[in-house]
Design a protein around this ligand. Structure first.
Ligand code: ZN
Length: 237
């Protein structure tokens, strides 16, 4: 049984690397997607700010058009007032309307100035956001290159390890031992074996009963940890 344990330990060493590479190959695209999503959200925020700035500018334009019309109206009223000689009531009516229009214009201009200020702030903010995005896109492009390179490297290594694994599995191991090992490997995230140090399982850190300790020491059969199920072995140095 010592041979089986030795073979399993060699297999576990390979499988630890294989699991690590598989995790890496899963993590890389996940991180790529996460980073892309963050960048897209940043772009969406910038576009929304640009839209807000455009809307403010449109409002400013509307106010300008409106006050421009009101000024034309004032000039027309002033001309009419000048030619309404003697008609006091008519003159008073003209003057009243002119006064009202001037008040409107003054209020609208104030509002317009306020909106121009807001638009300028929004435009500056959008511009800064855009610059940050351009910078982030550069970093992302570099990151993509790294991901591609790391993925290729991991895939090459993985293929090599899997080939080595197939070779090793073919010899030294009885099918039941291998089946048990593989089942535990899948159930325990890539760690099917556990070192028994004294009476403590080094995977789950539970103490095993003495009879079990003796069984592991004798190595006449595969012995599993009663707590985490892993196949126990002793380091014989
Ligand atoms: Zn255990």
């Amino acid at each position: 049984m010592q041979d089986t344990i030795r073979a399993l330990r060699a297999l576990q060493e390979l499988d630890t690397d294989i699991y690590r590479l598989k995790a890496e190959l899963k993590r890389l695209p996940e991180e790529r997607a996460k980073r892309r999503k963050e960048l897209d959200q940043q772009i969406a925020r910038c576009e929304s700010q640009q839209k807000h700035a455009r809307e403010l500018r449109t409002k400013v334009k509307e106010i300008e058009d409106q006050t421009s019309k009101e000024r034309q109206r004032i000039r027309k009223l002033e001309t009419e007032a000048a030619s309404s000689r003697g008609d006091v009531a008519l003159l008073a009516a003209f003057q009243h309307e002119i006064k009202t229009l001037k008040r409107d214009i003054s209020g609208a201009e104030e509002q317009g100035l306020e909106l121009v200020g807001q638009a300028e702030l929004a435009e500056t903010d959008a511009k800064n956001q855009r610059a940050a995005i351009d910078e982030a896109e550069k970093v992302f492009a570099e990151f993509l290159g790294n991901v591609e390179r790391e993925t290729k490297e991991a895939q090459t290594k993985l293929e090599r390890l899997l080939a080595e694994r197939r070779q090793r599995m073919a010899k030294d191991l009885a099918p039941e031992s291998l089946a048990l090992y593989e089942r535990l490997l899948a159930a325990r995230e890539g760690v099917a074996l556990a070192l028994l140090d004294g009476r403590i399982c080094q995977a789950c850190f539970m103490e095993v009963p003495t009879n079990l300790y003796v069984r592991v020491a004798r190595a006449a059969q595969l012995t599993q940890c009663p707590s985490c199920d892993r196949i126990l072995f002793q380091d014989l140095g």
